[in-house]
Every structure is written in structure tokens, then in C-alpha cells.
Write a protein that binds this ligand. Structure first.
Ligand code: ADP
Ligand code: MG
Length: 585
């Protein structure tokens, strides 16, 4: 149970504000998350980490000397937006380039990659390593598709120590990649977590049962058993991680090798219980001949009040062992002693100001008001369905689809209102809404809604009333952008399954002379049918992919929400059609 909040929609922001107020010695607030309060030497590689909030001490708690230079902090369980990652990286960079490091989740990959492209376009050198330590999320043959969990800490520390020892960007990335290869984790769960304001836990584990391999956002596990004894749990975890198939390259056997064990509590398993489990973990590793280095028992990556435990084994080589000695001083994690460092100069990154808008003609300004009205209707629909979409997403994903869409749609509505008030045209209004949506929603769908709306915005432009042809061309552009960003094909069980028939039907109807509102209604029908039909499919993309079988029988949340929104816009267009055909003023 999460008991204390004000408005759940701003929980993450208020959490970051309080975290910074309590830890001003270490961190300062930046757009998108936190950066070190202390200055870093010019030319040092900046290690920028990040992910959804709700996993403290990951990720903000791990910012400080010896660890991350900055953390992009997304909303609860939602990846940070591209803008957040970009802002954190820009703030942290001191000329040595930026090293991006985060757990391997679809939404994070999308947003960190987009930020990486943007930084590179600006001439900043960037390298990325995604952490893939969770052995239950994909077989060894597909290691690069595994999720990242508590093993983040090992990889972040190796990268940061390398950076502070003067390694260049490529060498930091190579060191981190090797640390990732040598980091394996395995987890279990006894109970789900409840997000602030939610009425029910995000996922359930039956009383007295243990979900084996359950993801830290409730991604379904690989097995279920009765809750074992502490010793039997230790045996399960150590057994899985010391299976010869899971020993990394360069570790031929457990015997004689150095290993850092990280026994991690997910949120509501007590330290005392962890120590009882660790007692047996240490015995087993010792008996197998491992040389245990610097054991960690505590909370390193949580999921709110989730009841669960994971064990990480970080296999050291000579260089990694030396880097592991590097001292760390962060709000949530300290090792050795760090010399005092001077305070950082005030942040050089200013939040982009959008005081002025480009010129627009009267027709386009009138259409901008209609766009604002449509986005308000969309935000209402999203509010009404957020819980339902969250539940759909919890079946095989992480349950955040409703919350993410809600934040995105609300931000888009506000940005559009602001743009309209400044006299923006339809294109600029929708473009600002698109950016706000992507920035505030986070997650895979947030980034994709950002690019979809942006494509339509580009087609509308700021002159003339948007014709049905321009809208259809924009929707066509949205299909291409979603393909370019997400790479999903029809049948992969994503929002693409609803978007493509929507776009095709709209384009065909407009081409054959239908009015926008009639064409849109037909297209929304097609999207609804296609979204419902995704229930029969097995997910092949996105977060749900690793547990595709669980998704059979449930429609794809992203396709369902897209169809609902299409319907809402269609209804609003139809209601206005007699006088406002084709979105004129
Ligand atoms: P996240 O997956 O980051 O938690 P959301 O829960 O908000 O993001 O959105 C999940 C939806 O995103 C899925 O239901 C699916 O429709 C869509 N999605 C995921 N990956 C892709 C992709 N590669 N291309 C298109 N849509 C995708
Ligand atoms: Mg999700």
C-alpha cells in the first residue's frame, strides 16, 4: 500500500523536489531529473543514468562522486522522455562526452536513443550501454533482449569509476559493456506494488505463493511455487545464477573467481529477512569456491512496496576489481571516502522558452482553436479510460499505459491552450502539444504519440485551413514516423495494428471524395475493429514481448487507446461538421 500523496499525477515531481531538498549536499534539480551538486573536472566523461521513478535508490539516489553525474528521472514506472534525457546529458557534459546507461526496457531505449541522436547532432560524443542482467527475461541466446534490474548498480559503478579514472568515452563504454556481460540477476516476488492513488496493486501474487522471475514492474514471471524457506530461496537464486550456462565469458567455473553478491530487497522485504537469506547465499557461494568481494545486502533497486528479492552476481576481473575499489558518495549509496569537491556552477541548461510563436494566418489560427478543442476532448476520454488501459497493460506489460496517456494528454491540452492564447496556427499548436505529450507521458507510447502528433502538425502548417487531404497526409506521415521510431509491423500486437488500418481507411475515403468527418468516422471504425482483433495475437514488440503468451486473449493497450482516441476525435468532428467541415475556423 502506498498511503501518502497529494495529487497522484504530480507524485513523481513532488518526490524529486523533496529528494533534492533533503540531499542538496549531493544533488541539484535540473530539468528532467537531478545532477551532481558538485563540480566535475572538465573533459571527464559524464555518466548519465535514468529510468522510471519508483525504484529508489535507482536512479536519483545514485548521483554523486564515484557514481552517476546525472539521472533522468521519468514518471512512476515510465521511461524519462527524450527531452528529459537530453537535458540531463547536456547539463552533465563537461566536454568529455556523455555515457548513457540504463536498464533495457523498450520505452527507455526509444527515448534514450532519440536523445542520443539529438546530442550527436549537436556535436556531443555519446555512447550507450543498456543493462541486461535479468536472466529470467530472455534465454542466454538472446541476452541483449534481457531486462535490467538491480545489476544496474554494478554496471553504473564500473562506468563511473572508469570515467573518474580518466578513461575516454570509448573505454568507459567498453568497460561498462564488460561489466554488464559479467552481471547476472535473478528475482522472485511475493506481492505486487500499489502506485500512489491506485485502488488496487499493479499485480498480484497469490497469498503463500512466490512468482519466480517476475519483473520489477510486474512483468509476468517464468514460474510459480509455494513460498520456500529462506535457505531454499537462497539455493534457488544461487543455483540459477551459477548454472554453467549463466557464467559469463572468462568465468569458466565458480571456483577461484571473485564475485560481488548483491542481495536486493524490492521494497517490503525487511533487512532482517534479507540477512537470513544472505547467510545461506554466502555459505553456498563459499562452498562452491567463489571468492566473495564486498557483499551488498539491502535496497538498491526497489519497486515501491513490492514484496520481492533479487540476487545479482557481479563477476570481477582484475580491472573491474580495481575499479570496484573506487570510492562513492551519493545520497543512497556510499563506499570508501571521497575527498570534498567544489560546488557545481549554476546549471548551463535553460528550459526552452516558448514565449513567441511563428506567424500564422487567420484560417490556421481558427483551426488551432479547433485543435485545442479536440485535444481537450481527447484528454477527457483518456481520463475516463486510464484505469482500464492500465489494467490491459498490466496483463503482459507494466501497467503504466493509462497513467502515461493521462499525463501526455493533459500536457498536450495545456500546451495547445497556451499556444492558442499566443495566437499560434494549427501546425504550431499541434506541434507544441506533441512535444508536451512526449515530454510528460514518458514510456514507449508517449514517445510514439509525440511523433504521431508531430507528423500531423507538420502537414497542417500555419497557413490556410487544414483540408481533409492535408490531415490524411499527416496521418500517413504518422505511420511512417512510428515505423521509423518503433519498427513494429502490423501483427506485432502494438498500436501499429490500429494505426495502419486507420490511416489506410482515412486516406482511401478522402481520396474518393468523402468529407473529413465522414472519412474519419470510417477510419475510427476500422481502428476499433483492428484493436479488438489484437486480442488474438501474441505480442512481438515492446515490453509485452518477453511475455507474449500472456498477452493472448487481451487486446493491445496501445491499439485500444488509439482506437478510443480516434473515435473521440471523430465524434467531435461529426458534431461540428455541419458548420465546420474540414476544420475551418
Ligand atoms: P511502455 O511499454 O514503455 O510501458 P506504454 O505502456 O505507455 O509504454 O505503452 C505500451 C504500448 O506501446 C503497447 O501496448 C504498444 O501498443 C505500444 N508499443 C510498444 N512498442 C511499440 C513499438 N515498437 N511500435 C509501436 N508501438 C509500440
Ligand atoms: Mg507500459
Amino acid at each position: 500500500m502506498t498511503r501518502l500523496w497529494n495529487d497522484p499525477a504530480v507524485f513523481a515531481d513532488e518526490m524529486i523536489d523533496g529528494f533534492v531538498a533533503a540531499n542538496g549536499r549531493y544533488v541539484r534539480r535540473i530539468p528532467g531529473g537531478v545532477a551532481r551538486a558538485t563540480a566535475s573536472p572538465a573533459g571527464e566523461v559524464a555518466v548519465v543514468v535514468g529510468g522510471g521513478s519508483g525504484h529508489y535508490p535507482a536512479f536519483g539516489g545514485l548521483v554523486g562522486p564515484g557514481l552517476a553525474h546525472a539521472a533522468a528521472m521519468g514518471n512512476l514506472f515510465a521511461s524519462p522522455s527524450t527531452q528529459q534525457v537530453y537535458a540531463a546529458a547536456r547539463t552533465a557534459d563537461t566536454g568529455g562526452g556523455v555515457f548513457l546507461c540504463y536498464g533495457n526496457y523498450a520505452g527507455d531505449v526509444l527515448n534514450f536513443d532519440a536523445a542520443q541522436s539529438r546530442l550527436r547532432d549537436e556535436g556531443i560524443a555519446v555512447r550507450t550501454v543498456t543493462v541486461t542482467d535479468d536472466i529470467s527475461s530472455a534465454p542466454t541466446s538472446e541476452r541483449d533482449r534481457r531486462r535490467g534490474i538491480a545489476g544496474d548498480l554494478a554496471v553504473f559503478r564500473a562506468a563511473a569509476a572508469a570515467a573518474e579514472n580518466g578513461y575516454d568515452l570509448d573505454a568507459v563504454a567498453e568497460t561498462a559493456a564488460r561489466a554488464n556481460e559479467r552481471t547476472r540477476s535473478f528475482g522472485v516476488a511475493f506481492g505486487g506494488c500499489t502506485l500512489p492513488g491506485a485502488e488496487a496493486p499493479l499485480f498480484h501474487v497469490a497469498e503463500g505463493r512466490m512468482a519466480v522471475g517476475l519483473g520489477i514492474h510486474g512483468e509476468p514471471g517464468i514460474d510459480e511455487t509455494d513460498v520456500p524457506t529462506a535457505d531454499a530461496l537462497a539455493e534457488l537464486l544461487v543455483g540459477a545464477l551459477t548454472d554453467p550456462a549463466e557464467l559469463p565469458d572468462g568465468v569458466e567455473a565458480v571456483r577461484g573467481n571473485r564475485v560481488v553478491p548483491i542481495l536486493n530487497g524490492l521494497g517490503s522485504v525487511k533487512y532482517e529477512e534479507l540477512f537470513v537469506v544472505y547467510r545461506r547465499v554466502a555459505e553456498l557461494l563459499g562452498a562452491a569456491g567463489a571468492e566473495i568481494v564486498d557483499p551488498h545486502v539491502g535496497e538498491y533497486c526497489t519497486s515501491f512496496d513490492m514484496a520481492g528479492v533479487s540476487l545479482t552476481l557481479f563477476w570481477l576481473d582484475d580491472e573491474l576489481a580495481q575499479l570496484w575499489e573506487h570510492p562513492v558518495d551519493t545520497p543512497a549509496y556510499r563506499r570508501g571516502s571521497v575527498a570534498p569537491a567544489p560546488h557545481a556552477p549554476a546549471s548551463s541548461v535553460v528550459e526552452s522558452t516558448v514565449e513567441t510563436v511563428p506567424d500564422a494566418d487567420d484560417d490556421s489560427r481558427g483551426a488551432a482553436r479547433r485543435v485545442g478543442g479536440l485535444l481537450a476532448a481527447v484528454a477527457e476520454t483518456v481520463d475516463a479510460h486510464a484505469d482500464e488501459w492500465g489494467r490491459l497493460d498490466a496483463v503482459a506489460g507494466d501497467g503504466d499505459h493509462g497513467i502515461g496517456m493521462q499525463r501526455g494528454a493533459r500536457a498536450a491540452r495545456a500546451a495547445a491552450e497556451d499556444a492558442v492564447a499566443r495566437g499560434a496556427g494549427a501546425g504550431t499548436t499541434l506541434r507544441r502539444a506533441a512535444d508536451a505529450w512526449a515530454d510528460r507521458a514518458g514510456g514507449t507510447s508517449g514517445a510514439l504519440w509525440g511523433v504521431m502528433l508531430a507528423a500531423v502538425a507538420d502537414a497542417l502548417g500555419d497557413t490556410g485551413a487544414p483540408t481533409a487531404e492535408r490531415v490524411a497526409a499527416g496521418v500517413d506521415g504518422a505511420v511512417r514516423s512510428v515505423d521509423a521510431h518503433g519498427g513494429a509491423a502490423v501483427g506485432d500486437k502494438t498500436l501499429v495494428d490500429a494505426l495502419v488500418p486507420f490511416a489506410t481507411t482515412l486516406g482511401d475515403a478522402v481520396a474518393s471524395g468523402s468529407s473529413l468527418s465522414v472519412a474519419w468516422r470510417d477510419a475510427a471504425d476500422a481502428a476499433e475493429r483492428a484493436a479488438a482483433a489484437t486480442a488474438a495475437l501474441r505480442a512481438r514488440k515492446g515490453r509485452a514481448r518477453t511475455h507474449g503468451d500472456h498477452s493472448v486473449g487481451t487486446p493491445d493497450p496501445g491499439a485500444v487507446s488509439l482506437a478510443h482516441i480516434a473515435r473521440t476525435v471523430g465524434d467531435a468532428l461529426a458534431a461540428a461538421a455541419p458548420t465546420l467541415e474540414g476544420l475551418p475556423s
